[in-house]
Ligand binder design. Structure first.
Ligand SMILES: NC(=O)C1=CN([C@@H]2O[C@H](COP(=O)(O)OP(=O)(O)OC[C@H]3O[C@@H](n4cnc5c(N)ncnc54)[C@H](OP(=O)(O)O)[C@@H]3O)[C@@H](O)[C@H]2O)[C@H](O)CC1
Ligand SMILES: [K+]
Length: 530
C-alpha cells in the first residue's frame, strides 16, 4: 500500500539509498533530474517552445539544473534562472551549476525584481525553487518571483513540490506559493496534495519512482496511506458455484421522511446492487409505494406516517445503514436514541443519524465498535467542532475514530478513512460525484458489503474506491454535470470488472519504438484476473 512518508523519513530514505546502494548523492540527483527530463521530453517531443527553469540554491534547485542540462543537450530552447535565496548553496547544486557551465550554459542570476525575466503564457515553466527543504514562507525577491510565475499563465511544472507549499503544515501566505499545473513528486505521495486547503497549488500530480531504498520504505512506520487498485483487489471475494443469497447477508436501510424517499431508494438499490443477499428498507409509511415501485428487488417495513419514530425492526439484520433522508423531527430523535440504546448490530451511520448525534454527543458511546460513519465535511464539523486547518481536521478525525473504535469515512476529493489511528486516502473519483444522492449511494454500498461479511474497515475502503471508480469509468460517455447518483449504481459492475482486470503493461517508450513492427494483440493487458 503506498505509504505517505514524513519529510524526516524522506531525508532518511535518501541517506539509506546512498549508504546501502553504493550510489553517490550527485548520481542520485542525476538520476532524478533525468527522470524529470524524460517526462518532459516524452510530452514535448522536441517542441521549440521556451522552457524557463527557475532554480533555488538547494537540492531542488540542483534537480532543476540537471533538467536544464539534459533539455539543452536535446536541443530545447531553455532559459535557466537562479534565484538568489541567500548565501547557502548545496554542494550538489554547485556541482550541477558547474556541469551546466561545462556545456556552455550560464544560468542567469536573479538578484532583484528588475531582473525578473519575461515569461509568456506560451512558455513552459519548471519550478525548482524549493522542495522538501522549505523552512519558512518565501518573502521579498522569492515571493516576487513566485508571483511573477503565477501571473504568467504559462504551464507550470513543479519539481517535487510547488515551491512555497509545505509538506506537512499549512501555508500562511497563500500568494507566495507556486500554482502549478502539474507536480512531479518523488517516491511517495505527499499529504499536502490530498488536502482541500492546498487545492490551488497543483491541479494534478504524480509520483515518480526515483528508486529510493525499498527496504527503508518497507520498514518505515506511517499513519497515512493512499489506496490504489492493488490494495483493494485482494479484498474482493469471488462467489462459489453453490452459493445462495442466504450467504450474503441481510442489509437493512433505515431512513426517509416525507419528500426525502429518494435517499432510501438510492441506498437500498446500491446495497442490493453491490451484492447484499437481502435488503429491507425500514421507512415511514408515506414512502411505501415509492420504494416498492422503484426498487422491486427489496423488502419494506413501515414505521410512522411521515417520519421515522418507532424504529422497531423485526428483521435479523446483518448490518443496518441508518440516517439517509431521515430528518431530525423530535419524534425521530427520540426513536433513534431508543434504537441506539437497544441495538447490537453493526451500523453504517450517515446524514441525519450523524446530525442527531452531533446534537447529543453522548450517543456516540452507544454506537457499536467497528461501525462506519460517513460524514461529509459539514457533518464532520458538527460532530467535532471547527478545525484550524486541514491538518487539524485530520487530527480530529484520527482521534474520534480511535476514541470510539469506529471507522470514519470523511468524504471529499480524497476521502479519508480513519481506522485505529491511521488514515487511508482514496485515490479514485472526480467532481462528477459532487451530486445529490452520491452519499446515499455510498452508504448503501458500504452497508451491502458489510452484509456480505466484508469487515467494516474493508467495506469502507472497497466501497469508497468502487464508488469513486464509477465516476471515472462513466466519463467515456458522460460529463461531470450529467452524471447523477443513479449512474454510480449503474456503473458498479464496470467498477468491479475494472478492479479485476490486469493492469495494461506499461512499455517504456524506447522499447515500444523498437518493437513497433511487432503488432500488439488488441486485448493485450485486459485479461481477467481469474
Ligand atoms: N529523496 C528525494 O526525494 C530526493 C530529493 N532531491 C531533491 O532535493 C530536495 C530537497 O532538497 P533540500 O536542499 O533539502 O531543500 P530545498 O532545495 O527544498 O531548499 C533548501 C534550501 O532553501 C532554503 N530555504 C528554505 N525555505 C526558504 C525560504 N522561505 N526563503 C529562502 N530560503 C529558503 C534553505 O535554507 P535554510 O535556512 O532553511 O537552511 C535551504 O538552503 C527535494 O525536494 C528534491 O527536489 C534530490 O534531488 C534527490 C533525492
Ligand atoms: K519545486
Amino acid at each position: 500500500m503506498p505509504k505517505i512518508l514524513s519529510v524526516k523519513q524522506l531525508y532518511a530514505a535518501d541517506t539509506a539509498t546512498v549508504k546501502k546502494n553504493d550510489i553517490s548523492f550527485i548520481d542520485l540527483m542525476e538520476h532524478v533530474g533525468t527522470l524529470c527530463f524524460q517526462w518532459i521530453h516524452d510530452r514535448l517531443q522536441g517542441d521549440p517552445i521556451t522552457i524557463q527553469i527557475f532554480c533555488g540554491t538547494g537540492n531542488n534547485g540542483g534537480d532543476g539544473l540537471v533538467i536544464a542540462r539534459h533539455l539543452k543537450q536535446y536541443g530545447y530552447n531553455v532559459k535557466t534562472h537562479i534565484i538568489n535565496c541567500g548565501n547557502d548553496r548545496s554542494e550538489v547544486f554547485l556541482k550541477n551549476y558547474d556541469r551546466l557551465k561545462e556545456i556552455g550554459v550560464w544560468a542567469e542570476m536573479i538578484t532583484c525584481e528588475s531582473e525578473l525575466p519575461a515569461v509568456s503564457e506560451n512558455d513552459m515553466v519548471v519550478d525548482a525553487i524549493f522542495g522538501l527543504g522549505l523552512s519558512r514562507k518565501p518573502e521579498n525577491l522569492i515571493k516576487k518571483v513566485i508571483e511573477h510565475i503565477n501571473g504568467s499563465n504559462a504551464f507550470v511544472l513543479s519539481i517535487d513540490f510547488p515551491s512555497g507549499l509545505y509538506a506537512e503544515k499549512s501555508v500562511t501566505d497563500t500568494v507566495s506559493v507556486v500554482k502549478a499545473y502539474h507536480t512531479l513528486t518523488f517516491q511517495t505521495p505527499k499529504l499536502a496534495f490530498l488536502l482541500p486547503e492546498n487545492r490551488y497549488y497543483t491541479k494534478t500530480w504524480e509520483v515518480l519512482d526515483i528508486g529510493l531504498d525499498a527496504e527503508y520504505i518497507y520498514n518505515a512506520k506511517t499513519d497515512n496511506y493512499l489506496l490504489y487498485k492493488q490494495d483493494i483487489k485482494p479484498m474482493y471475494r469471488f462467489r462459489e458455484k453453490f452459493s445462495h443469497k442466504g450467504e450474503f447477508g441481510h442489509a437493512v436501510i433505515i431512513g426517509g421522511s416525507y419528500g426525502k424517499m429518494g435517499a432510501v431508494t438510492l441506498s437500498t438499490k446500491a446495497a442490493i446492487s453491490i451484492g447484499s443477499g437481502l435488503v429491507t428498507a425500514h421507512i415511514p409509511q408515506c414512502g411505501y409505494q415509492i420504494i416498492q415501485t422503484s426498487v422491486p428487488e427489496i423488502m419494506v417495513e413501515v414505521d410512522a406516517e411521515n417520519e421515522m419514530q418507532k424504529f422497531d425492526i423485526n428483521i435479523n439484520a446483518t448490518v443496518i445503514g441508518i440516517g439517509v433522508g431521515m430528518g431530525t423531527h423530535i419524534e425521530t430523535v427520540k426513536g433513534f436514541t431508543e434504537f441506539l440504546n437497544k441495538n447490537k448490530v453493526p451500523l453504517v451511520l450517515d446524514a441525519d443519524a450523524l446530525n442527531i448525534i452531533s446534537k447529543n454527543k453522548e450517543l456516540l458511546k452507544l454506537v457499536p465498535e467497528n461501525s462506519v460513519l460517513t460524514p461529509h465535511p459539514k457533518e464532520f464539523e458538527r460532530l467535532v467542532g471547527k478545525w484550524k486547518n486541514d491538518y487539524d481536521k485530520l487530527k480530529k478525525l484520527r482521534s474520534l475514530s480511535k476514541k470510539h473504535k469506529i471507522i470514519i469515512v470523511l468524504k471529499g476529493a480524497y476521502s479519508a478513512i480513519a481506522h485505529e489511528g491511521a488514515l487511508f486516502f482514496n485515490s479514485t473519483g472526480n467532481p462528477a460525484l459532487s451530486t445529490a444522492g452520491s452519499g446515499d449511494v455510498l452508504t448503501g454500498i458500504i452497508t451491502g458489503l458489510i452484509a456480505q461479511n466484508y469487515h467494516p474497515f474493508e467495506a469502507a475502503k472497497m466501497g469508497v474506491y468502487l464508488h469513486g471508480k464509477t465516476s471515472e469509468l462513466a466519463m467515456k460517455t458522460k460529463v461531470y454535470e450529467t452524471f447523477i447518483a443513479s449512474d454510480i449504481i449503474d456503473y458498479l459492475s464496470s467498477a468491479i470488472m475494472d478492479l479485476l482486470m490486469k493492469e495494461p503493461k506499461v512499455v517504456p517508450q524506447k522499447e515500444a519504438e523498437s518493437k513497433n513492427d511487432k503488432k500488439a494483440k488488441p486485448d493485450e493487458g485486459t485479461e481477467m484476473y481469474i
